[in-house]
Design a protein around this ligand. Structure first.
Ligand code: HEM
Length: 179
């Protein structure tokens, strides 16, 4: 992410990079909210984390919105079907495309009406697809030769570690309850 954007002479290419970056920032940001709430939410000075919880839907929607812009700009930059079809056969673009489809599905089912229609449990399970989206987006970034691997590592590795820890604590709590 980053540096090559400034050097790009093509404004559409610049925007493809910028919108891709923002899609990732919002996606990673929304996923950090739960671990942060669990670990810091009760401490004084961190009540803002709890308040941010109520904005999770909007942050997720912002990620989907930037991903849609990113995709649209890429299509505008390469408006031939043959190029787009070839793109889909490259793993790094295919992973981006699948991540985008998941974000789109989550955005379309994010309203209260959809929660009621699907039922809370089915809706929750569907929205767990966000974890696949983040793995696909991370793969999309790592396979993109022009992106900085270091920045991608800084964004994704702590998040994945935090999610593993959270899952570990959940398993521990579950086992304790069963005893
Ligand atoms: C249909 C889906 C997608 C397509 C066709 C696509 C295409 C691209 C292209 C062409 C680039 C620039 C590659 C280069 O110039 O080397 C790129 C970079 C990037 N994409 Fe995607 N992408 C898609 C989905 C996504 C999604 C869903 C996300 C995030 C959630 C994302 C995040 C990024 C990021 C962060 C970069 C790097 C930006 C930078 O280096 O500053 N992309 N993508």
């Amino acid at each position: 992410m980053g540096t090559q954007v400034v050097d790009s002479a093509n404004p559409v290419e610049y925007l493809v990079h910028a919108t891709g970056d923002w899609a990732v920032y919002f996606l990673v940001g929304v996923l950090w909210l739960s671990p942060l709430r669990i670990w810091l939410g009760k401490r004084s000075g961190f009540s803002w984390i709890k308040r941010m919880q109520s904005h999770r839907r909007n942050i997720g929607l912002a990620s989907a919105f930037y991903a849609a812009l990113h995709f649209t700009l890429h299509v505008l930059d390469n408006p031939e079907w043959e190029i787009l079809w070839k793109d889909l056969q490259r793993v790094y673009l295919l992973t981006g495309f699948l991540a985008f489809l998941i974000l789109l599905l989550l955005a379309l089912t994010s309203s209260n009406v959809m929660v009621r229609k699907l039922g809370a449990n089915r809706w929750k399970n569907l929205h767990r697809l966000v974890y696949f989206a983040v793995i696909l987006a991370a793969t999309h970034l790592f396979l993109n030769e022009k992106s900085s691997d270091l920045q991608a590592l800084i964004l994704f590795v702590p998040l994945i570690a935090a999610e593993f820890l959270r899952f570990g604590f959940w398993c521990y709590g579950y086992c304790q309850k069963k005893r």
